[in-house]
Design a binder for this molecule. Structure first.
Ligand code: ACM
Ligand code: ZN
Length: 686
């Protein structure tokens, strides 16, 4: 449990020899940007061992000592307040400054003073101090006056260690950097179809069997036979954390003011659980199914027994139980599920899921803990004290708030680090989407939240799902630097944020992280968005009316009826709200009305392939022209064989020539072999 220490604490750092003033030239590189920040020209030069006085005691003092070890220069603790400074402040009386793990830090040429009300506040002040240190001939700490506190209490990262398993040392390394950037929650997605990753003594087959696959790479495994093997099989790939390792990790994180929140998925995403313990399944399921039986008492007993061990390992106030993406199909033909619905007077399968979640919430409540669930748990009765993690946009959070529940924002559009962070063709294969640093940075978790409910948003989290992330190095690459942006979203007030300034600081932070051995994305060589997406394009059809023979999909309308002639082109991703998607029988057949008969010399339409989203290049494309809108003359056609090994592709179908007319027709037909979507962004006519 997090402990909030009410008394104020003071950490004072003094240098005994007079320090020389050092004129300030550089601006700060602190991430996340502090709430109030001023520099002075009185840098503190470390030319002797620093003496440190603190009024902390006991464990707090021990933890402080431990954080001080991160300082690169020599220091020692003194018992006595150092006398030779007049302006020695022990405690500030203005408690608002220190609320919510805030701190005040002053650095001048003679003294460094750090005040906070909680040990977490002191810790964050120390992280800021670390970021003020430069190395010239000597270590120099930038003269500064800072008053700071976090915008949100919950500042998180979710790491999926099921789809690919990563060693403990890797997780610790991420915690080190998270703490340095003032993030304080690590949510571990410990169980999913791809592998169970935590030792549960009562159910040993979860880790002797359900933690191992004959195929290391998730994609190959998922697209293959999805088997598990015994841990001692020669082909076994995977792993799990022992309870001893979990204890070690929880302690390691706590020392850095990071709380680990375990996620034990239920009732869906549980293929591996049922593979180890088949009694958890509804009977006679003949199709691929990830949902455990929500009818049998033995299912509930199983999860309660698992949670009993989990609670002993994780002191976190909140325990994540998943709750997302239940297909519920197996429940429909299950006598146990039917019996439960009758007994509990439930009418829908959503109610059955809510009944499942409610029972687990009760269990956690009795144990003095609270539940976190993905936003699907708002689709039925929401347990009173559950916190909702809103991932399918922000509606789940809004539903939760209306019901009086708290929420954490983690919408896919801004927070899913499994998306490409740069031009897909320059990047290792990702699940899809495009989430560059700037987009993460642009997120404001309160933007859509009514003012009176804003205090119910506990915070914000970035999620790294790892289906396409087979190695620890790759995971690190996906996390950094995007987690830096999330850190500033979570900690700093919107008024403090500035993208150009953050970008500059992030470039420098990437250098720092690289020097520390982190495999970050190479931000200084970022390609950026697709060229056409960055500026509107001008052409003869801009603003002209488009007639649709078959409507675009409501799921991907882009700019609606004006999307194909608004001068705005799509970016790297099918879901950037600029690509218009077609799934109807005609796929794409549109006519652009140029308003008058005109001479034209070029037609260019771009099509997208994004196989992960079942978007394929059309197998046929045709342009034709007409003066009267009835009689069309063909100008151009092309046939393409769809190549699905090209995961992401952008194809311009270009016609150049000379023609006259008022109406231009564009047709694109889907591949008869693959079907799927046709996506296009703009019909450029010149
Ligand atoms: C999720 O991405 N299924 C929570
Ligand atoms: Zn059942």
């Amino acid at each position: 449990m997090r402990r909030f220490i009410r008394k104020k604490m003071t950490l004072l750092v003094l240098i005994l020899l007079s320090a020389q003033a050092f004129s300030q030239t550089e601006n700060t590189g602190i991430i996340p940007v502090p709430r109030q920040f001023g520099t002075n020209s009185n840098d503190f030069v470390v030319n002797k061992e620093i003496r440190i006085y603190t009024n902390l005691k006991g464990t707090e003092k021990k933890n402080l000592l431990f954080s001080l070890k991160e300082l690169p220069f020599a220091w020692k603790l003194t018992r006595n307040k150092i006398k030779n400074d007049a302006a020695f402040l022990k405690q500030a009386s203005d408690s608002a400054v220190y609320a919510h793990d805030g701190y005040a830090l002053n650095v001048s040429d003679k003294r460094i003073q750090l005040n906070a009300a909680t040990s977490a506040g002191l810790f964050y002040g120390l992280q800021t101090l670390r970021q003020l240190i430069r190395k010239n001939d000597l270590y120099v700490i930038q003269g500064a006056e800072i008053v700071d506190k976090p915008r949100f209490e919950y500042r998180g990262l979710m790491l999926d260690v099921s789809r690919h398993f990563y060693p403990l040392a890797f997780v610790k390394k991420q915690i080190d950097a998270m703490a340095y950037y003032k993030l304080n929650r690590l949510h571990l997605h410990l169980t999913d179809a791809a592998g169970w990753r935590i030792e549960i003594k009562k159910y040993p087959r979860l880790t002797s069997y359900a933690a191992w696959r004959p195929q290391q790479n998730w994609k190959k495994w998922w697209n293959g036979d999805r088997r598990y093997v015994s841990f001692d099989n020669d082909s076994a790939s995977g792993g799990f954390y022992t309870q001893k390792e979990i204890r070690e990790l929880v302690k390691y994180a706590a020392e850095r003011h990071v709380t680990i929140i375990p996620e034990i998925e239920m009732p869906a995403h549980s293929e591996e659980t049922m593979a180890a313990y088949p009694f958890l399944s509804c009977p006679n399921v003949k199709f691929r199914n990830g949902d455990v039986c929500a009818g049998k008492d033995s299912t509930y007993e199983f999860f309660e027994n698992v949670l009993e061990e989990v609670l002993k390992l994780f002191p976190s106030e909140y325990i994540h139980i998943g709750g997302d993406e239940a297909g519920k199909t197996a429940w429909k033909n299950c006598p146990y599920c039917k019996a439960r619905m009758e007994k509990e007077k439930l009418t829908t399968f959503n109610d059955l899921q809510a009944c499942f979640i409610g029972r687990i919430a009760n269990y956690l409540h009795l144990k003095g803990r609270k539940m976190i669930g993905w936003d699907e748990i708002t689709e039925g009765q929401i347990p009173g004290d559950a916190v909702i993690m809103s991932w399918r946009g922000e509606q789940g959070a809004l539903n939760a708030l209306k019901n009086g529940n708290q929420a954490i924002m983690t919408p896919g559009e801004f927070c899913y680090l499994d998306a490409y962070q740069d031009a897909p063709l320059t990047q290792p294969e990702a699940i899809g989407g495009y989430l560059p640093l700037e987009k993460v940075y642009s997120y404001n978790p309160l933007e859509v939240v009514p003012t009176l409910q804003q205090n119910m948003i506990r915070g914000v989290q970035a999620n790294l799902w790892t289906e396409y992330v087979p190695t620890p190095e790759h995971a690190e690459y996906m996390i950094w630097p995007r987690l830096l942006a999330l850190s500033e979203v979570a900690w700093s007030e919107p008024g403090q944020k500035s993208w150009p300034d953050f970008h500059r600081r992030a470039l420098s932070a990437v250098g720092f992280l690289k020097a520390k051995g982190y495999h970050t994305f190479d931000l200084c060589n970022e390609t950026g968005n697709r060229q056409n997406a960055q500026h509107p394009v001008n052409h003869k059809a801009v603003g002209k009316k488009v007639f649709y023979a078959g409507k675009y999909s409501d799921a991907y309308p882009a700019g609606g009826e004006t999307a194909l002639t608004d001068g705005l082109c799509g970016g790297w991703s099918y879901n950037d709200k600029r690509w218009q998607g077609f799934i109807g029988p005609k796929r794409l057949e549109v006519v652009v009305d140029l308003d008058s008969i005109q001479q034209i010399s070029a037609i260019q339409v771009c099509f997208l392939q994004s196989t992960g989203a079942e978007v394929y290049l059309p197998s046929g494309i045709e342009y034709s022209i007409s003066e009267d809108g009835e009689h069309f003359t063909k100008l151009y056609s092309e046939d393409n064989a769809v190549n699905t090994s090209e995961g992401i592709k952008y194809h311009d179908a270009d016609w150049k020539g000379s023609a006259k007319g008022r109406y231009v027709k564009v047709k694109a037909i889907a591949s008869p072999q693959f079907g799927g979507w046709v996506f296009t962004d703009e019909i450029r006519i010149n």
